[in-house]
Design a protein around this ligand. Structure first.
Ligand code: SAM
Length: 270
């Protein structure tokens, strides 16, 4: 891996500004994203444009959303004349993705980004829960978060089930902290989420029900799902145990032990 030390400008820690300086890692992200030049790619947080540069070189159209006004002039200067870049000075948390897609007649898109880690889950939700989610996401996240997202039955969390409801997450690459400047305190991983389906292939109503039950099931970590659902949703325990028997789920199951299919079956039954 070839490493280039970068600028020493005052970067904003509060905005998660750890810029990628390892060109080998940038290349791996580009490969994992398997881009076609007709793709529209959303990049949240272009920073000083290291990843943006390589994205633009593939010929895709990049929509780069950067909240730090101090970086906008640098980015404008660096990418002056690049017609395949739309640079937006916006905070992703306030940005209306569906409206932007509709206004610009964008029917499909991908997300490729080195995310600001302080809002990782929120950004993932903004895109996955959107009525028009991306086809795929290739995102740099904290390594522990990536591991939690790909967890399977036995180690499931609200986060793993929430992402796996919409698509198939895989870790493409783990990335040492030294690949960034400044060097963060955590290691990172490139996560690829493929096969993303709008509302997880279900209806908006059933998706809402799925998350309501899921949150109730995880409400007290050490308690059995039956107790959590009974306490949070007011369903009698005997009724729940009957459903569990019918669905071949042990009555003692804890939320992290149940598979995605068992959650889906249970929610249908409820
Ligand atoms: N893409 C660059 C790279 O790989 O070197 C920078 C990635 S850096 C980890 C995260 C970027 O997200 C920073 O440029 C930061 O200013 C930006 N950012 C932080 N919060 C944001 C928000 N709410 N909306 C949009 N961008 C944000």
């Amino acid at each position: 891996m070839q490493k280039k030390k970068g600028q020493k400008k005052s970067l904003k820690k509060s905005l998660g500004q750890n810029f990628l300086r390892d060109e080998g890692v940038i290349e791996e992200i580009i490969i994992a994203a398997s881009l076609d030049c007709s793709d529209v790619v959303f990049e949240v947080g272009p920073g000083d444009g290291a990843l943006t540069q390589r994205l633009l070189e593939t010929g895709v159209h990049v929509v780069a959303i950067e909240t730090d006004g101090d970086l906008i002039p640098t980015l404008r200067k660096r990418f002056d004349g690049h017609e395949n870049l739309t640079l937006l000075h916006e905070d992703i948390r306030m940005f209306n993705v569906p409206q932007f897609l509709a206004d610009n007649n964008i029917a499909t898109y991908k997300v490729v980004a080195n995310l600001p880690y302080y809002i990782t889950s929120m950004i993932i939700r903004i895109f996955l829960e959107s009525q028009l989610p991306p086809k795929e996401m290739t995102i740099m996240v904290q390594k522990e978060v990536a591991q939690r997202i790909i967890a399977r039955s036995g180690n499931h969390t609200l986060l793993s089930l929430s992402v796996q409801y919409f698509g198939q997450p895989d870790i493409v690459l783990t990335v040492p902290a030294e690949a960034f400047d400044p060097v963060p305190q955590v290691d990172s991983a490139v996560l690829h989420v493929s096969d993303i389906k709008s509302y997880g292939g279900c209806t908006p109503e059933s998706t809402k029900a799925f998350f309501r039950v899921l949150r109730a099931g995880f409400s007290a970590k050490r308690k059995k799902v039956v107790s959590n659902l009974s306490n949070s949703l007011g369903i009698p325990k005997e009724q729940l145990q009957k459903f569990f028997t019918e669905l071949n789920i042990v009555h003692e199951a804890r939320a992290q032990e149940m598979s995605m299919q068992q959650w889906k079956d249970l929610i249908k039954r409820l």
